[in-house]
Design a protein around this ligand. Structure first.
Ligand code: ZN
Length: 378
């Protein structure tokens, strides 16, 4: 059980050995697994071998020519749809080997280090007290972070947690915990200021490909009124409708399905899984029964996953969000933490295209490979 391409086999297996999980799976997901075919024309053969053939250090072709063609001419596709949330993902293992997708990590690291060092000159966030605006109630000052009002606000209440360290990829557990504590203190301050604003949202865009305009480590903190932000609200509605229909907890069932497929992990009462319908590469979803600022276990899990992303999986640009219940917790959902890889700094193409915006997400990374690395790390 180590590939998403064996999903059909694994689900059929559930039918025999774990009928409850099989029923759960079908209550939320539907999918098909088929082979897409094409024909390589003879004149393409040298090109195909240079792109898709594996070679040893001396440049000698090590893969069998017939295998290279067969892999291309018959491509296994999995199309998975979450019937409840409406989220869908397409997998094709070939895509991770397509031209331009093979990564030279050493070159990546040099480019990244250059970007981080270079951005440190004249960095406004290195002296936030002087160079960033503050909220009307002042700033929240943590040991390793401080808040600033966002100079170009997303919403009425829209601020930043600015980390003390310039390099966003360098943080230990104490520092990360402090970033989260500072954010949640700011949520309290805003709620005290105006209790109509009771829907908090935390999002960390790490590095430019994830949407950050400043390299210096920082996260966005927002509070909104009437309802949560659109995607969080959509999650809440999915969960409410699911409960109304089935009397079961949506996030619990999602976790149970991923557990039965071998895609989950549990650490104390914090649960996580590598989603089979990720929003983009390597998405991990953590379910925390309480606020991350009040739960050391949740902080530790978030920290370990991010460190594994960065140190083991070579992730640089990522998004991490925390979807929260309202400040008075009158909507009954757990804290949901999501994190996703946004690709390497040196890529000239965007990782998100029209398919992701208007169709279904297309991914290359297999959730089984991601959870395996995480489990080894955790
Ligand atoms: Zn800086």
């Amino acid at each position: 059980m180590d590939s998403i391409f064996e999903l059909e086999y694994n689900v059929n297996d559930l039918k025999k050995v774990d009928e409850k999980s099989y029923k759960l799976f079908n209550r939320i997901y539907s999918f098909y697994s088929e082979v897409g075919t094409l024909k390589i024309v003879p004149s393409m053969k040298p090109l195909v071998l240079s792109y898709f053939g594996e070679r040893d250090d001396s440049g000698q072709l090590t893969s069998k020519v017939e295998d290279v063609f067969e892999n291309l001419e018959k491509q296994r596709i999995i199309n998975i749809f979450n019937e409840r949330s409406g989220q869908g993902t397409l997998y094709n293992s070939l895509r991770s080997n397509r031209p331009g997708m093979n990564r030279d990590l050493s070159e990546e690291i040099i480019k990244l280090q250059y970007l981080i060092r270079n951005s440190e000159k004249n960095c406004d966030f290195c002296s936030p007290e002087e160079n960033t605006p503050e909220d009307v109630f002042g700033r929240v000052r943590g040991k390793y972070s401080i808040t600033a009002a966002n100079i170009a606000k997303y919403d009425v209440w829209s601020s930043l947690v600015i980390f003390k360290k310039h390099n966003p990829l360098e943080f230990n557990l104490k520092e990360l915990s402090d970033y989260l504590d500072t954010a949640f203190k700011w949520f309290d301050m805003v709620f005290n200021e105006d209790e109509n604003y009771k829907f908090p949202f935390f999002v960390w865009n790490c590095l430019p490909r994830a949407g950050a305009s400043q390299v210096h480590g920082h996260a966005q903190i927002l509070m909104t009124r009437d309802r949560s932000y659109a995607r969080v609200e959509s999650l809440k509605r999915t969960s409410h409708e699911y409960k109304k229909e089935t009397k079961e907890e949506y996030f619990n069932d999602l976790y149970m399905i991923h557990k039965s497929l071998g895609l989950s992990h549990k650490s104390g009462n914090v649960r996580l899984f590598a989603s089979i319908t990720p929003i983009k590469e390597k998405e991990i979803i953590i379910i925390s029964p309480g606020s991350p600022s009040k739960m050391d276990q949740t902080k530790k899990v978030i920290f370990n996953i991010l460190r594994c992303f960065i140190d083991v999986l070579g992730v640089q640009n990522f998004n991490m969000s925390i979807s929260c219940p309202s400040m008075n917790e009158d909507d009954d959902i757990p804290y949901i933490i999501q994190m996703v890889d946004r690709g390497d700094i040196s890529k000239s193409t965007a990782d998100i295209g029209g398919m992701e915006l208007y169709g279904s997400t297309v991914v290359a990374d297999d959730p089984y490979k991601v959870i395996k690395k995480l489990r080894e790390y955790l």
